[in-house]
Design a binder for this molecule. Sequence first.
Ligand code: GLV
Ligand code: MN
Ligand code: MN
Length: 430
Amino acid sequence: MISVEQLKAGFDLSRMAGLIDRFGQIGKDPDGGVTRLAFTNKDVEARKVFLKILEKEFSLDIRIDALGNIFARRPGRHRDWPVILTGSHLDSVRNGGRYDGPAGLFSSLEAFRVLDLFDIETDHPFELCLLTAEEPNDFGISTFGSRGMAGIIKKEDVRRLMDERGNDFPSALKAVGGNMEKMDDAVRSPEEIAYFLELHIEQMPFLDSEKRDIGVVEGVTGIFRQTLILTGEADHGGTTPMDRRKDALCAASEIVLKLETAAKEEDGLAVATVGHISVFPNSINITPARVTLDMEIRSFYTDRIRRIRQKLEDRIRETEAFRKIQIERIVTYDSAPVRFSTPVKQAIAEAADRLGLKRRNLISMAGHDAAHLSRITEAGMIFIPCRAGRSHCPEEFTETSSIVKGAQCLLQALLLLDQRKRSDLPYARH
Ligand code: GLV
Ligand code: MN
Ligand code: MN
């Protein structure tokens, strides 16, 4: 294994800054921030630029699976051993920042560059991955690439999806190199992947405020998402008396506030958001006839999610009865809390210690692809600080030096994992 000094020296701060800056231009919003929603032209453009870097600057075996995930393989001493996988995503939220996703992807990329620089032959093959559609997008699906790999999302779930402009999902997937009909072929088995490790900005304030370099992520929050469609009645906003209305927006307001109260009652150990709402016909002098609410509840504790859901359901029933409004519930995402692999957490902690980086353990209240990949492999995540924990907004910021320290830790952890065979895989038995 290369020495700690060599490993540190292999990373180039200005190249990392250059990558962040270059990709920050793709989908840059006029007032700051980045909008690079999955499957849009900007996402396609960013993927093309990334592919070009892979092709021109590395000699890796590149393939794109039916989910649009990009894999670039670096052979190991044992070509038939399961791969060690590392990477992140390039798509963003609407008017988000430059680091959520790219910081991890470029850390993995630069780690591969250091492996080449020192001509390191690993035991396992290493694979770099760009995962498709990590963030919610116009088709309403997030963590698509990883859920597809884990076999949690199937073609039947996405076949009929359309965005608001009438674009169909199968064509959108084709635009990023995927193929909906072949989604089953992209499901991966635990025998194929030994470990998955992703670096990500923390998106919470702890590392930044405590001046620590590395978060060893214990696990990822559970996330429950539901769309509520409330149907009332459109009427003249001037001539309809207050006691004769079936106002879907007033009903929705009760539900929004109940969700906030129910989450607050969980002592800081749960959160809930209604982040998207649409009103029909959305006119100043017509009582709202239909409201769609997209809501989510998150907690690392399943019983807390269950309790909030129950309180919300009680409120929904009361509102239906009292206001004579119909409310349809559609569950769109239900992901249990995940605990990451102990060997991966140990490798991250040991890597940080070898590099003299300050670390602490954390749980993630953001969702991540690694949570889904943990169903099929030993998965884990490294967090790096971001200023004041701000994220999913233009103010999202991480020092390049923080990314580079994280990337060094990532490479060191990958090399430690490479020394270790997974005891439950067939290759460890001969
Ligand atoms: C992804 O960033 C999420 O937590 O929703
Ligand atoms: Mn995000
Ligand atoms: Mn992310």
